[in-house]
Design a protein around this ligand. Sequence first.
Ligand SMILES: [Zn+2]
Length: 464
Amino acid sequence: MAKKNQSIYPFKIIEPKFTLESKLHIDNFFKLYKDFRGYRSALGFLFYFIEKYDIKNLTMEDFNFINELIEEENTKSKKGTFIKTFFEYLYAYDIINDTRFDDIWIKADKKNYFDKKIYGVKENKIVVETSHEPKKKIIDFGKLNDIEDLVKQTVERKNIVRCFVAWYLLFETNLLPVYIREIKRDSYTEKGVLDSEGNEIVLPENCQEFWYEYHKRNKNGFGDLDKCIKNLGNMVGLDNLTPTEIKNTRDAVRIVCFNCEQAYKNNFENWVSVNGRIVCKKCSEELKKNTKYSIDEIEQEQIESNEPKTNLSAIYTFEQLKKKYLKTDYLSRHKKQIEIGDLGEAFVFDREFEKLKNTDYCYMLESKSDDETNGYDILSFELDGTEIFIEVKTSENVGLPFYISEHERKVAEKLINEGKRYSIYRVENILADCSDDVIVTIINNIFDSSKYKFETYQWRVGII
Ligand SMILES: [Zn+2]
């Protein structure tokens, strides 16, 4: 976009060029402000440089471009604020459709703000969504349970604790993703972070030990917020979980108490039934004092999720998992097999994590064993970023043949034919008292017939 003389940009010259629809939207926007002259001249400036007269075509690039221009101008006018408000308005009502704005704003918040201006609705009341609005992506019931269980766990993997912290800040607080990403280390405290008004947000206990160490380090920000969240999603089998999805879920699970107009999560323990009407716990304490009201327990139904398979190796270190498992003395043979398999996977995951811990790839290291159709257990990387598809084969003993399924064999064949790295990590002596005695043999090409032979007993593989 070429630069122009920045001294004149009167709105009335541009106005006739707008499409009819754009004119209506702009008029509606001006109606929100008693003194809209500031907005008129700001929009004159905007469209003089952007030259788009159908406003639904405005994009994130336009928004950034105009902000840069204003910064260069270096005047003290409110032009920037006015233009930002205009974009927020277009975003709130889906007049523009650039989803990248989701990263810096929360639609529900912006819409509430403008609804309040238009209809005088109180900001924290639930606003009924109009039907043309696309349904927001939220986390489903089962996965939300899984995540909430997961983030309560005590874990030693620092990159995982960081994911828990990211979840907490997004789901349990009002902090916006854009604030969290750019949070400066001056805003880190020993136990948590400061919000934009300087109030301390204290993190849950299982995160604090890690946080205490982290806050002392000379590092800003949560620039990797999106990565942390994607990683957290992967741990419960959700692909591409985003901060926006978490914020949408936070909005969706909050109910406003009609009595005090405060919003609380819809968890059972936050609500009490008084004369058959639910109110927040705090209000119920007040209402209790009046003996004519009867307070009831809300009945609780517990739905057991059907054994969601979380990727244990991604969460627990080998040593933690070993402690967890070895508590039980008598296990069925089948269950013991599964646990031995999990331990082997955790062992390999630890090694890969250690190898990658100073690179960005450690966030991409992923356990894939929750879904058997994958045909491998871990997606790892070389230091240069080359993918390694790892199938872990674990045993308590040493020197015995191992088995691979027909599906695993096919996946191996396919990946190797595509020139990818598929490796079997043969882990033996997994229950050794000292983890130094665990033996790991890496088989890079299982089809190398000079070293390995397939026996057609469910593809029993013996090392020659
Ligand atoms: Zn209340």
